[in-house]
Design a protein. Structure first.
Lengths: 949, 71
């Protein structure tokens, strides 16, 4: 393998693999200093290290303990330089460049010093380079060559660490401390990048060694983000896949398909085999960081359960028959048309998926509006962030978060509501922790004691541990304090907001019913705690609000989003870095699926179907008449299926039988339909009700774009050819064509071209531009050709910001004598949503089943002990899980995840939903718990529900 | 569609919808924007059949939509 010295970096990079490493982080100073390095003048921002200045000018200084993702450490003594007028040989990584400085990086003296240091390293390092998995990707090996080491005078027989036992406990990487040079890069990465501090240096002097603290990596606090593996300059921490398959030989840059952070990865391959996913430093969302899912859990794409051939069957009780693509598409099209002929145009519809690309989603909604001839298209965003769209468009004028992720680095106080980023959005969670450790204040509003309330070096200033279902009461109480204690930003409000609406809101929010003292009785949060938190948020400088599904998945989800927007406007926290209202989107492309016109009332770019001018544009482009009325939402389609009016559904990459509430109802609806077409990777729970199965493509095969929670449009590039033989947009186009609406694209870039031509916020987006600049945050148009990292800078999209009155209306789902506990749900770090992907990877090592967290007093009262199987019943259904007695939940509240179909968490969730959008109220279900009777209760799998339905 | 569910939905909208001005207009606009014509027709029938189950604002809103659809 060829080793090339990158002219812009210090570390040699392998041909086409890896990114340049300048040794120390980039300085953001506006002041420039000019120095001389090896006789050449170099100008860099003040604060830049000599090492980086040299690297940027193409002059390579040897290094081992330095890497540009970490603060300089100065321990390896390889990067020594000589500086005119200064004594000694300072480390270039820790010495800032100064105006007029004259530096020499290559002298006989330096060469000798470096060789001597390297000699010591190599005297205690296994000399097995030819068989080492890191051969060709080892900085120690490279540097030994660079400094010209030819011999080790000390021999290899003395005391050493060569016999150290390998730690192979982690399913994804090995730790071979015999190869460790104790450079601290892994320890510092765990601290500075991930913020978990799972690693430490144990012992002193010769006995110093990297340690995961516990018995081994698996039993330690390590979250397997991979930052340590990434940072390791030797083969000490190495991916098992590299050990097994060998060093990759080519790279394709693409975007992760898990959560809404949307991390950029370099997929590194040998031939067509994916060896590893390495987070890209150039990734706008992640800047070189990753989590256990994106970094390692990609094995599902080649899992044996994947279906690669189309299949059909007459009845859902029949066995599947594999058929050709033509036959499957013709079969589905014919059946859909037969249903429409018999029951009317409105009797079919479809669902788009937030896991798919913008281009795939756009073609699905286009197929439904054109070939199906109706607006019965909805998206899984319905069940997660639809209230975000409603709330933020009502108050600010656009259905999206206001900031980029980087913005949190400028926040002084962070209000985190109904979100658990260290589990559900881990890479953003690490950014957040970093900022808190730098001194930003944190207010957590959550019924559960999430990690950020108190964990290693992070402690929230206030934890408003509210009762599930009382978000709006608490946000109103926070705003009440700000309004009545004169803490509002009057200048911002006068200049930027609708003043009549503000006056009305002031009267409303100042009412005694919104006071913390009244809200204490409703929410359980002490009034004084609310008052302190409100004062902190209003007076600490830049205040940012981040929130998740704990806000939206309530009967007042939309009201709560507007309440948070009110709070941000009242405190002047909109329109600059460090502030804003920021949804943490659940899936990779929730933002994109909403942008692309997946809702039944909107065309792409959030334009209502009743707008004649907009509709006319689409009608001209698509050469078809469109309906001016909204179509059905998912719950409407399901209800109408049960009543017999809705007979056929195209389900694109969704598992509504597992993910939607009241499973029994969903299954009954699916069973009632004449035709269910599922396009997915696996036979998921929904596919058990399907008549046609179109095999889909994994993100590694897709060609298109995802749009993350910060409106960042990222390229998804095909790492390998589609295993099913077709891109998903091709399948959809062929189905539309078979139904009588000719649809054809040569490639995904053409689809983006069509999206850009018809969607003002995407006007200048193209694959060519994305490939050139990396990523773009919409709006991307003539006014903002480079995109828009921060929204509403000089004014709100709607003109003036609109304050909205948000009275608290308690949910009808309440605890009572029969169901005295409130169940709330969430995600865990290692698993993702319904688990279709992560359950098919080694991530199941950490979470083999969903468990029910229950407070000790509630457990004791019911005779339940930790680990015992318990039956959980709501008025909708019953399921069985293992209890985990936990101090994370308060008495009266229980909590579980929904990653496993076996536990069937949604068997018990109810039909209540957000008043404006019908987003289900997953976060509040009244339940009772009892010890499971093994003779009668069994885990209520979805199959069981089906049998009983 | 299940009329009981539509009833629950519209009454929830009535309880929650923020408004400045005439509330029935705001409810009507919401239903027009997000509900299918069939849902609006079904709720109109139920309001006619059981007006006591609905507030005056809801009654006015669905009547406005009905008249608009007829016009």
């Amino acid at each position: 393998m060829t080793l090339l010295s990158d002219p812009r970096g210090l570390s040699p990079i392998r041909d086409g693999i890896g990114e340049p490493d300048f040794g120390t982080p980039k300085s953001t100073s506006d002041v420039t200093v000019t120095l001389t390095i090896d006789g050449s003048p170099v100008s860099v921002p003040a604060g830049t290290s000599i090492m980086r200045a040299a690297g940027e000018s193409g002059c390579s200084i040897p290094k081992l303990c330095a890497t540009d993702s970490l603060e300089p450490f100065g321990s390896c003594r390889m990067c020594l330089v000589e500086i005119d007028g200064r004594k000694g040989t300072p480390a270039s990584c820790t010495t800032p460049a100064e105006e007029g400085m004259v530096v020499r990086t290559q002298t006989a003296k330096l060469g000798k010093l470096r060789r001597n240091v390297m000699e010591l390293y190599i005297s205690d390092h296994p000399l097995e380079c030819l068989t080492c998995a890191a051969n060709g990707d080892c900085e120690l090996q490279d540097m030994a060559g660079v400094v010209g080491l030819r011999d080790v005078r000390y021999g290899y027989e003395g005391e050493n660490h060569l016999g150290a036992v390998k730690d192979q406990s982690n399913p994804y990487f090995d730790f071979d401390s015999s190869k460790c040079i104790v450079c601290n890069r892994c320890v510092r990465a765990c601290d500075q990048i991930q913020g978990t501090l799972a690693l430490t240096i144990e012992g002193r002097g010769f006995n110093s060694k990297v340690s995961p603290g516990g018995l081994n990596f698996l039993s330690s606090e390590c979250v397997s983000c991979g930052a340590c593996v990434q940072a390791c300059p030797t083969g000490t921490l190495e991916e098992k896949s590299v050990i097994e398959l060998g060093m990759p030989t080519r790279t394709v840059q693409t975007t992760c398909a898990y959560c809404g952070v949307g991390c950029t990865f370099n997929a590194e391959l040998r031939g067509d085999e994916l060896v590893r996913m390495v987070p890209a430093k150039t990734g706008g969302a992640n800047e070189g960081h990753s989590c256990v899912k994106g970094r390692f859990a990609f094995g599902y794409a080649s899992h044996k359960d994947r279906i690669l051939s189309p299949m059909i069957r007459e009845k859902i009780t029949d066995d599947w028959t594999e058929v050709s693509w033509d036959e499957a598409i013709t079969y589905a099209a014919t059946k859909f048309k037969e249903i429409q002929a018999k029951y009317g145009d409105n009797s079919i519809g479809g669902v788009t998926s937030s896991r798919c690309t913008n281009e795939e989603i756009f073609t699905v909604q286009k197929m439904i509006r054109t070939a199906f001839g109706n607006n019965n298209v909805d998206t899984c965003a319905r069940v997660c962030h639809s209230p975000t769209g409603f709330g933020l468009s009502s108050t600010f004028g656009t259905s999206a978060g206001t900031q980029d992720f980087k913005s949190v680095g400028k926040s002084d106080v962070i209000l985190l509501i109904g979100a658990n980023p260290t589990d559900a959005h881990p890479v953003f969670g690490s950014r957040l922790k970093r900022r808190i450790r730098q001194g930003a204040k944190l207010i957590v509003v959550d019924p559960r004691k999430i990690d950020l309330v108190e964990s290693a070096h992070v402690k929230a200033d206030h934890h408003l541990q509210l009762q599930p279902g009382t978000n709006v009461a608490v946000i109103n109480a926070l705003a009440h304090v700000i309004a009545t204690e004169g803490l509002a930003d009057q200048n911002f409000i006068a200049e930027r907001c609708d003043n009549d609406a503000f006056d009305r809101w002031m009267k409303f929010i100042s009412l005694p019913e919104n006071s913390p003292e009244v809200v204490e009785a409703q929410s359980g949060v002490p009034a004084e705690e609310i008052r302190k938190a409100a004062r902190l948020f209003a007076t600490s400088g830049n205040g940012a609000i981040y929130y998740g599904l704990g806000v939206t998945e309530h009967s007042q989800g939309s009201t709560m989003v507007m309440g948070m927007a009110n709070l941000a406007m009242a405190t002047g926290n909109i329109g600059r870095e460090g502030v804003g209202v920021n949804p943490l989107r659940g899936q990779n492309n929730v933002q994109g699926s909403c942008d692309m016109g997946s809702f039944p009332h909107e065309l792409s770019g959030y334009r209502h179907v009743s707008d004649d001018a907009v509709r006319e544009q689409f009608e001209t482009l698509w050469d078809v008449k469109l309906l001016p009325e909204p179509g059905m939402r998912i719950p409407n389609m399901l209800d109408n299926a049960i009543s017999g009016e809705f007979r056929g559904m195209f389900v694109h990459g969704e598992d509504i039988a597992q993910s939607d509430p009241n499973t029994k109802h969903v299954m009954a609806a699916l069973e009632a339909m004449d035709l269910v077409v599922v396009q997915d990777l696996f036979i998921n729970e929904t596919a058990k009700f399907a008549h046609v199965f179109f095999p889909g493509t994994s993100f590694l095969e897709k060609d298109g774009t995802f749009t993350n929670a910060e409106r960042r449009i990222n390229r998804v590039r095909p790492v390998m050819a589609p295993k099913n033989g077709k891109q998903e947009w091709q399948i959809i186009s062929e189905l539309a064509t078979a139904m009588g609406y000719p649809m054809h694209y040569d490639n995904a870039a053409q689809i983006m071209g069509e999206i850009a031509s018809i969607t003002p916020t995407f006007k200048n987006v193209s694959f060519e531009l994305l490939d050139r600049v990396g990523s773009l945050q919409w709006p991307v148009n003539d006014a903002a050709p480079a995109g828009t990292p921060i929204m509403h800078v000089n004014g709100f999209v709607r003109g003036k910001g609109l304050f909205v009155e948000t009275p608290f209306v308690p949910t009808e789902e309440r605890a009572n004598r029969k169901f005295p506990l409130l169940l709330t749900t969430g995600r865990i770090l290692s698993q993702y949503n319904v688990g279709a992907q992560t359950r098919r990877t080694a991530n199941s090592t950490w979470h083999q089943e969903d468990v029910l967290e229950i407070h000790e007093s509630d457990a004791q009262m019911r005779g339940i002990v930790d680990g015992q199987k318990v039956a959980i019943s709501s008025r909708i259904g019953e399921t069985v899980m293992r209890a985990q007695v936990s101090a994370r939940v308060p008495a009266g509240v229980v909590y579980t995840t929904f990653h496993h179909p076996l536990s069937g968490a949604n068997v018990i969730t109810t039909e209540f939903s957000d008043w404006a959008t019908n987003c289900p109220e997953y976060k509040v279900t009244a339940v009772e718990i009892r010890p499971a009777d093994s003779s009668q209760d069994s885990t209520n799998s979805l199959d069981d529900v089906l049998m009983k339905a | 569609m299940d009329v009981a569910k539509l009833k629950m939905m519209v009454n929830q909208i009535d309880q929650n919808i923020p408004f400045a001005g005439v509330k029935s207009d705001v409810i009507a606009t919401h239903l027009k924007k997000f509900w299918t014509p069939q849902m609006r027709a079904d709720i109109f029938k139920d309001v006619q059949a059981s007006p006591d189950n609905y507030s005056s604002d809801v009654r006015e809103a669905v009547a406005k939509l009905h008249n608009e659809a007829k016009a």
